[in-house]
Design a protein around this ligand. Structure first.
Ligand code: SR1
Ligand code: MG
Length: 410
């Protein structure tokens, strides 16, 4: 048996079985099998099943470089961050994250619940499945993890200790580059669909005002230590089933602007919308699905606002939080940042290196170009008009006018 207690190495499936035996989570007589099931950009995910007792767990191991490309050298310390934030989120938003059993700082892995009875939300949305409880679940998760980690609620020295605990320079650098920098110029690492290149050049790179706004937003992302973020809250970071939502993969966690997480959720629902619009052939089924997504997007924002206001009134500890007008001002800044983050995510997934299947799986060339145009126009509008986008209806207006503009051109 290999020694897992001395030096780090990247595990094979067989190693992962031996590792699972060594931590004694399964009974002696267990018949263990393992599959590496990771399909994300960074890590290895081993699913270990005990065929005898019908039990399973997940071992997630961080490698020294990203799976998507060796160019990204990453400290495996991201696994510690993931473990520690999952523990914290479990307290703040019980039921919305997987249970973690162990973190191993030598093998840089975490052992957690297997959520195989759930499905990755992006995969489910690609099958055009609906989850009517999602908006309620995710808005609770967002309010609890964002407001309850901020200076509004947490004693300020304790909050600064959390900022220190979750300092995450390498993963933040990926976001600073891939989200805030590379999409705004002809960066060699971008991967633009050939039919969209000209439109990107005219509408994004040649728009000096937009490029300037991206610089302002980048500096806000790097300097506004407002809330402990998940940091990569797209639909591939959510496991879902009809009555349950579990947020996974918080390795990009750090203290940043609260709107970043909310905006990522919204943008990824918009990708699902674009996919539905261009891949569902039957008109009635398509309308029904798009209506479901419109309602969900609206509800995420409106429920967030309602729950945020309530949680503020019940949980704020900071004296100035009670000053007249301050709550409204603070919430407005979060909604503004939400719109901006939604815009940035829409742009970077079309222009940059890390794509989303919702768009890349649209087989028809013209349909894909239309879908990308909608995302690009909506993304740009979210960024430029962010100060005026404050309600669920405002978010929907941006999407619907982008659909109209995409037919005429930007
Ligand atoms: C190099 S990592 C590329 C992307 O995958 C992650 O899920 C993040 O979204 C990151 O930007
Ligand atoms: Mg991830």
């Amino acid at each position: 048996m290999k020694d897992f207690t001395v030096d780090y190495f990247t595990m094979t499936e067989q190693d992962a079985i031996e590792y699972a035996k060594s931590i004694k989570l399964f009974p002696e007589e267990a018949a263990l099998t393992c599959n590496e099931i990771g399909d994300g950009n960074l890590n290895y995910v081993f699913k270990i099943v005990d065929g005898k007792n019908n039990q399973s767990i997940i071992i997630k191991q961080a490698g020294p470089v990203a799976r998507i490309s060796d160019e990204f050298k990453l400290s495996p310390d991201r696994n510690r961050i993931e473990y520690e934030i999952l523990e914290l989120q479990h307290k703040l938003a019980p039921g919305f994250v997987p249970k973690v059993y162990k973190y191993d700082p030598i093998m840089n892995c975490t052992v957690m619940d297997d959520l195989s009875d759930h499905e990755i939300m992006r995969t489910a949305l690609l099958k055009h499945k609906k989850f009517p409880l999602f908006a309620d679940h995710i808005s609770t998760f967002l309010v609890n993890t964002l407001l309850l980690t901020s200076d509004v609620v947490v004693e300020h020295k304790e909050k600064k200790a959390l900022v220190k605990q979750f300092i995450n320079p390498e993963l933040c650098e990926i976001t600073e580059d891939l989200v805030y920098t590379e999409p705004f110029y002809d960066c060699p690492r971008n991967e633009i669909f050939e039919g969209s290149k000209e439109f990107v050049k005219e509408t994004i790179w040649n728009d000096k005002k937009l490029v300037l706004e991206s610089a302002k937003l980048k500096f806000e992302f790097m300097t506004n230590a407002q809330s402990l973020l998940h940091g990569d809250l797209h639909t591939g970071s959510i496991f879902i089933k009809e009555d349950s939502t579990k947020v996974i993969d918080p390795e990009f966690a750090f203290y940043g602007p609260a709107g970043y997480d909310i905006g990522n959720v919204i943008a990824n629902l918009i990708f699902a919308y674009a996919n539905g619009k261009f891949t569902i052939e039957d008109e009635e089924t398509r309308d029904e699905y798009l209506n479901y997504l419109v309602t969900t997007i609206k509800d995420v924002i409106n429920l967030f606002i309602d729950k945020f206001n309530k949680a503020w009134d019940e949980k704020a500890t900071e004296r100035v939080a009670g000053y007249e007008g301050f709550k409204g001002y603070y919430l407005d800044t979060i909604l503004r940042d939400t719109a901006a983050a939604a815009g940035l995510e829409l742009l970077r997934r079309i222009i940059g290196l890390a794509k989303v299947k919702d768009i890349t799986s649209i087989a028809d060339r013209e349909a894909r170009i239309r879908a990308e145009k909608i995302c690009l126009i909506a993304g740009k509008t979210f960024i430029l008009n962010r100060e005026n986008i404050k309600t669920g209806a405002d978010f929907i207006n941006v999407i619907q006018s982008a659909e109209l503009t995409s037919v005429k051109g930007a």
